[in-house]
Design a protein around this ligand. Structure first.
Ligand code: NAD
Length: 257
């Protein structure tokens, strides 16, 4: 895709799932990739994979629910690569406690899914302003657009993230910084496979048929992480240069059905 060569991209939660696939895709596009994850082993493994494919990457250990971690994430990125062009706010926590969700759960999930992305953008902003351009992509969810049983805490955070991006896009447009959301449906990541097995006793074939997952969309299957990654990379690239404040729904037609 256009305009990505040598761009510096920070991806949070890049050690697994969608974030990992996105880091690998940016690496293939010639970007300098800052792999951020609270899981050090997972993050270092992704850096190794990018380097094995002749890409450039380095790992920063950070928990996006912690402001100091975010500050040092930005400082280390600038020390290594001198600028930040793209931020992918991907790290997120799922929750299906419904009406039983505790104050602790609300605080933890909100801090990770909403406050964290805000703070990451806030601390990346000075470098983007200096560059005269930037692209921020938030990994939200179709759960931020519809109601799903017992998802209320998770869905509330994703709904907040979606509208935060619109507000941010309005405030940052004058600096030539675009802010967009991606809204995936069910993606077959390792963690999701684990939860769907635990909650519904389904493997991938079963999830492809189940109406809550792949069976509920028009393509009758769950998504691969790479299918979300390519949409994120599109929103970060010059190929989407006039797109801002948008929610790109990548759900195989689930919510339109
Ligand atoms: N998998 C899906 O079906 C799906 C669907 C819609 C939206 N999403 C969203 O996509 C994003 C990624 O989901 P995934 O399924 O690929 O996740 P995942 O659980 O497979 O991987 C998440 C990664 O983020 C890291 N992480 C978690 N909390 C963190 C924190 N506070 N700070 C730093 N790193 C942290 C984990 O260590 C892990 O490596 C999330 O925001 C999620 O809500 C996922």
């Amino acid at each position: 895709m256009r305009g990505l060569k040598d761009k510096v991209v920070i991806i949070t939660g890049a050690g697994a799932g969608i974030g990992k696939a996105t880091a690998l895709e940016f690496g293939l596009q010639g970007c300098k990739v800052v792999v951020v994850d609270r899981d050090e082993e997972a993050g270092l493994n992704v850096v190794k994979m990018i380097e094995e494919r002749n890409g450039h990457a380095f790992y920063v250990k950070a928990d996006v629910s912690n402001e100091n971690d975010i500050k040092q994430m930005v400082e280390k990125s600038l020390k290594k690569y001198s600028k930040i062009d793209i931020l992918v706010n991907n790290a997120g926590l799922f929750n299906n406690s419904g009406m039983n969700a505790t104050v602790e759960e609300w605080n933890e999930v909100f801090k990770t899914n909403v406050l964290g992305p805000f703070l990451c953008a806030k601390y990346c902003l000075p470098s983007m302003k200096k560059n005269g351009s930037g692209s921020i992509v938030n990994v939200a969810s179709i759960s931020g657009l519809i109601a799903q049983e017992n998802y209320l805490l998770y869905s509330t955070t994703k709904g907040a993230l979606i509208n935060m991006a619109r507000c941010m896009a309005l405030d940052l447009g004058k600096y030539n910084i675009r802010v967009n959301n991606i809204c995936p449906g069910t993606v077959w990541t390792e963690n999701n496979a684990y939860y769907i097995k635990k909650s519904h006793n389904l493997d991938k074939e079963g999830a492809n048929l189940h109406p809550d997952f792949g069976g509920g969309n028009m393509l009758s299957r769950v998504a691969e992480p790479e299918e979300i990654a390519r949409a994120i990379v599109f929103l970060a690239s010059e190929d989407s240069s006039f797109i801002t404040a948008e929610n790109l729904i990548v759900d195989g037609g689930y919510i339109a059905k």
